[in-house]
Write a protein that binds this ligand. Structure first.
Ligand code: UDP
Length: 323
């Protein structure tokens, strides 16, 4: 049985939908940002908090957990700058409680959701796992701290783990049964699509004077279903002991500027956007694009879905959004 912590959240719920096809799944989520309706009915759902040792002990004693996949974190860069306590409390302290209970119950396989924010402002065009990590905000620091803790747990206690550093997760399940729903929404693609649906009067582009081809920031957008398939491969690699301490980037290797994303949304939906140029948003690097060559050569994973597919699936979801 696999424990998915944060399985009611955006990325966790998409992973659960794929994982229930192969494994028995228990989801633990405190529903602080997740949605109960997003959890596939084939999974067992436990409402509880990662930072609460008793909630965790109950789960580990009630179910024969073989491995843990951890998606329960706060993930907004800007918020982490103004409220670092929240980020170190939820992303570091609570994760440490989870790792402690895992150690006590002899569960030693762990898949960890990390982030491109661990790299800070990279001085390379394409980011490899060996690129220097130098976070520029508490969110990135909080994730890198857990990566360090995992490396130490591996050496000292024989922990086996795979860290997945996501670039920009986007899109929705093809069925449009689940998708992205944050409150407040801060991410580019949902904001554009909400605007195109008439739910916002304009889109603000945060910065048009970056040193990029059109002056707007470049990101590597990756379909949430591709992220889910990478987790399944990583889990298999841990369960079969093929891998025991690895870090992989997850991106599709292509960068798109904010203007290009807006243009693609207009093309896919056939609706014209009202766009205003605005000031830069604090903490945004000009360009974040991944090499995912390592996970391709070691686990055979690559992104199958391009930006158009990401936007088409997100558009379907936003038109019928259930939660
Ligand atoms: N962005 C923007 N307007 C918005 C939201 C985002 O111009 O209303 C930009 C943001 O500055 C960044 C890119 O879109 O360059 C992606 O931002 P998002 O918040 O989606 O993801 P992040 O890269 O921060 O993880």
């Amino acid at each position: 049985m696999i424990l998915v912590v944060g399985g009611a959240g955006y990325i966790g719920s998409h992973l659960v939908k794929e994982l229930v096809e192969k494994e028995e799944v228990v989801v633990l989520d405190n529903l602080s940002t997740g949605h109960r309706e997003a959890v596939d009915q084939r999974a067992i759902f436990v409402e509880g908090d990662l930072g609460n040792e008793q909630d965790l002990q109950k789960v580990f004693s009630n179910y024969p957990i073989q491995a843990v996949m951890h998606f329960a974190a706060n993930s907004l860069v800007g918020e982490s700058v103004v409220d670092p306590l929240k980020y170190y409390q939820n992303n570091v302290a609570s994760t440490l409680t989870l790792l402690k209970v895992m150690k006590e119950t002899n569960v030693n396989k762990f898949i960890f959701s990390s982030t491109a924010a661990t790299y800070g402002i990279p001085n390379v065009e394409i980011i490899h796992e060996s690129t220097q990590t130098k976070p520029i905000n508490p969110y990135g620091h909080s994730k890198l701290m857990i990566e360090q803790i995992l490396a130490d747990f591996a050496k000292a206690y024989g922990f086996q783990y795979i860290v997945l550093r996501y670039f920009n997760a986007a899109g929705a399940h093809e069925s449009a049964v689940i998708g992205e729903s944050h409150d407040p929404e801060t991410h580019l693609i949902p904001i554009i699509l909400q605007h195109l649906l008439g739910q916002r009067d304009k889109i603000s582009v945060f910065g048009s004077d970056y040193d990029t081809k059109d002056g707007t920031c470049i990101r590597d957008y990756i379909h949430v279903t591709d992220l889910a398939s990478a987790h399944i491969l990583a889990l298999q690699a841990l369960l079969t002991e093929k891998k025991s301490a690895e870090i992989y980037n997850l991106g599709n290797g292509l960068g798109y500027s904010v203007n290009e994303v807006i243009g693609t949304c207009e093309n896919v939906t056939g609706v014209k956007a009202n766009v205003e140029m605005a000031d830069r948003r604090a903490g945004d690097p000009a360009r974040l694009v991944a090499s995912s060559q390592k996970i391709f050569s070691e686990l055979g994973w690559k992104a199958e879905r391009d930006l158009k597919k990401i936007i088409a699936d997100a558009w379907k979801w936003h038109q019928t959004q259930r939660y």
